[in-house]
Ligand binder design. Structure first.
Ligand code: SF4
Length: 429
């Protein structure tokens, strides 16, 4: 084991947006002469880029910080935990060398070489992408923060109001990634449907997507995290008519009941949700969503309304979670429903969706699909694994391949032979 004082490792927790910040931190430190270690055991400094969106994420972040402190490392706490609890932790965890809030990372190397212990979060820019992307697929952050202010969500206070990355900078990053061999660009932000609104641009995403799709070398553009109120006829036409854009959308709706959506403070309420679902269904776009069960005010009839939409197969793919009251949010002041009931509703929805998912995937048996080949299956070298256009990394299933070979990172045609609960199985043709 080596222990160079300039060696650092980075632990990135939370969402892909945080991962982009992590890559940016790496780039800044490498530029300043630090050496990136892939294994934290070999590093002198460990930077934990934390998530603090939910209480569970806060606990995981603190556990990671304490674990590396116990391992005798110089520990830096970056990310949303600093926005949420940084000042308290500064006193409570004097062993942490430095707390660096989101937006402060360009000053991180300098702070490490001095005595500063706290870099305030700064909500005035969106980080440029760093160089250390790997593989054929890369995330591109379109914006920072969010101005939707849903009542249960801390993001606006952790990450600030919406700031969109300038159009040309987004395109420069996409071109740079394409030159590195990236084939799939995954566009992320807290709500990329709002892209450009802070710059006075309406329909900013529909304007940006065709330009990204035209970047030479890019085969797939995957837009993720679009608020239903931002799904317009224009945007849907762009998704359908523009070559290279995946005909799938990640649109977290949280619920369908007007009463619950109002309690959640969701922009546009149920009308926006239902209109977006209709537009997307009609256009044949694969819909992935996220649902929240047990928000204050969710009564049995609201749950049944949601259940109906799930059972009807409105969602091609979904993730669900139970409401967590986060101090500092408006929803946390409302009377809670029984957490066990919320959990039971969640399990019911997931069981229902499992049947829906299996039936939907079954329709692909016998068809040929383009698949971005990513490597060996996580559990066995006997299978290869990749994703087709409606499968987003980490949150969706995969296409497992039991016959044929091609270089990793290439797009191959796979004939689907079987459908599992969430994955497809086939052979390269
Ligand atoms: S749109 Fe998403 S990130 Fe923005 S406030 Fe609502 S839940 Fe939070």
């Amino acid at each position: 084991m080596t222990d160079t004082p300039s060696g650092f490792a980075l632990v990135s927790l939370g969402c892909p947006k945080n991962l982009i910040d992590s890559e940016y931190i790496c780039e800044r430190l490498i530029e300043a002469g630090y050496e990136l270690k892939s294994d934290a055991r070999d590093a002198h400094i460990v930077i934990v880029n934390t998530c603090a969106f939910l209480t569970m994420a806060v606990e995981e972040s603190i556990e990671a910080l304490l674990g590396h402190l116990e391992g005798g490392k110089t520990v830096v706490c970056a990310g949303c935990l600093v926005s949420r609890y940084g000042r308290e932790l500064l006193d409570e965890l004097p062993e942490i060398r430095l707390f660096a809030g989101p937006g402060s990372y360009k000053d991180l190397a300098q702070a490490l070489s001095g005595t500063d212990r706290f870099l305030e979060p700064r909500f005035d820019s969106v980080v440029r992408r760093a160089f250390c992307s790997t593989g054929a697929s890369a995330y591109v952050k379109l914006s920072e923060g969010c101005s939707n202010h849903c009542h249960y969500c801390l993001i606006p206070s952790l990450r600030g109001e919406l700031i969109s990355k300038p159009y040309e900078i987004v395109l420069d990053e996409c071109r740079a990634l394409a030159r590195q061999g990236v084939k799939e660009l995954i566009l992320v932000g807290q709500d990329i449907g709002s892209y450009g609104l802070d710059r006075g641009l309406r329909g900013g995403l529909a304007h940006l997507l065709p330009a990204v799709a035209e970047v030479e070398g890019i085969a797939w553009v995957r837009p993720m995290y679009i608020h239903p109120a931002a799904v317009s006829g224009d945007l849907v036409r762009t998704l359908v008519d523009t070559p290279h854009i995946c005909r799938s959308i990640e649109m977290p709706i949280q619920h369908v009941s007007e009463r619950v959506l109002n309690a959640m403070g969701r922009r546009g309420g149920s009308q926006a949700v239902l209109q977006a679902l209709d537009l997307l269904k009609e256009a044949g776009i694969w819909i992935r969503t996220t649902l929240m069960l047990g928000h204050p005010g969710e009564e049995e009839e609201d749950f049944l309304e949601l259940e109906h939409y799930v059972a009807q197969g409105y969602f091609d793919s979904l993730g669900a979670f139970t409401y967590s009251p986060e101090p500092g949010t408006a929803s946390a002041l409302l009377p809670r429903i029984d957490p066990e009931q919320a959990q039971a509703r969640l399990e019911h929805i997931m069981a229902l969706q499992q049947e829906v998912s299996r039936a939907k995937l079954q329709t692909f048996v016998g068809r040929r699909l383009p698949v971005l080949l990513e490597g060996y299956h996580g559990e066995t070298d006997l299978l290869l694994a990749g994703r087709t256009t409606f499968q987003a990394p980490e949150v969706d299933g995969e296409v497992l391949i039991n016959e044929g070979a091609a270089p990793f990172g290439s797009i191959v045609t796979v004939e689907i032979e079987d459908a599992l609960d969430y994955d497809l199985l086939g052979r390269i043709v």
